[in-house]
Design a protein around this ligand. Structure first.
Ligand code: FE
Length: 286
């Protein structure tokens, strides 16, 4: 099949979420179903504590997984079952809401006031939407880094690079989540499963994401690829760092309201009725 060409490059857009967090949305419900099995990617990097200090107080989730990757500062997490913890620099929290979790996520910058993080939403198929909730908390030290001869560094959160397997496994859509840093002028080739959705979100510098080097993308740009069995990225005169995601599309109807994503409107009504009646939590999270 060869190299994937680029279907679309876009730039993340300002959005207001939680209790008043100013963030950038790379994609969301307006792009459905383009990124299937992924639903949304939010970029909450900011040097202004006023932009993030209100955080994301108590809210429910059902039918999805939320994946939080923090580069600077802390996200203090707690849920209605008493689980709590801090997601700090380099850590990933891979949370499967399944049948339901009610939680809060409070963004706390570092001592210099910097907050950097990303939240990705991954859909669950109908057969798994009501699965028992689970957390996979991966500390920075548990994420392997592959270093290539040119100096390229790849953090493997999920999926595989060469012989190195990421810590998050057994996810139904076989997602791959890599954090890739290329020095200036370096070239990165990576195999991708045909038929899977593949996109890159640039978080530093700029580079080319197509084999012909016709289409540069820079910080805050989102690159969605066409089908193919590999990608090639070339850094320009400066280094480039990007998140690389792939996953098998689910191909089911999506009924989405706020933090709940189901297949039908009736399932949405049921979710919000459960929430209003205090019966949202079906299973105690581990
Ligand atoms: Fe949440």
């Amino acid at each position: 099949m060869g190299y994937r060409s680029i279907k679309k490059i876009s730039t993340s857009m300002p959005a207001l979420e939680g209790a008043g967090v100013h963030l950038k949305r790379a994609f969301g419900n307006r792009e459905l179903p383009l990124f299937d099995p992924f639903l949304m990617l939010d970029d909450f990097r900011s040097d202004n504590p006023e932009h993030y200090r209100k955080g994301f107080p108590w809210h429910p989730h059902r039918g999805i997984e939320t994946i939080t990757y923090v580069l600077k500062g802390d996200v203090e997490h707690r849920d209605s079952l008493g689980n709590k913890g801090v997601i700090t620099s380099g850590d990933v929290q891979w949370m499967t809401a399944g049948s339901g979790i009610i939680h809060q996520e409070m963004t706390r910058g570092d001592q210099a006031g910097h907050m950097e993080g990303f939240q990705l939403w991954l859909n669950l198929p109908a057969s798994r939407k009501m699965m028992d909730p689970r957390y996979r908390d991966v500390k920075a030290a548990g994420i392997p880094t592959v270093t290539l001869p040119e100096g390229t560094e790849i953090k493997v959160i999920s999926g595989r690079v060469g012989e190195v397997q990421g810590p998050v496994q057994d996810v139904v859509s076989e997602p791959e989540y890599l954090d890739v840093s290329l020095p200036a002028a370096a070239i990165f080739e990576h195999p991708t499963k045909p038929g899977h959705t593949v996109f890159a979100y640039v978080i530093e510098g700029s580079g080319y994401f197509d084999a012909a080097k016709q289409k540069p993308a820079a910080n805050e740009d989102l690159v969605l690829f066409e089908d193919g069995d590999k990608i090639v990225v070339t850094a320009g005169d400066e280094p480039v760092r990007f998140l690389l995601l792939s996953g098998r599309p689910i191909g089911e109807p999506v009924a989405w309201r706020g933090p709940v994503v189901m297949n039908t409107q009736e399932e949405l009504r049921e979710a919000f009725r459960d929430y209003d009646q205090g019966t949202f939590i079906r299973h105690e999270a581990a």
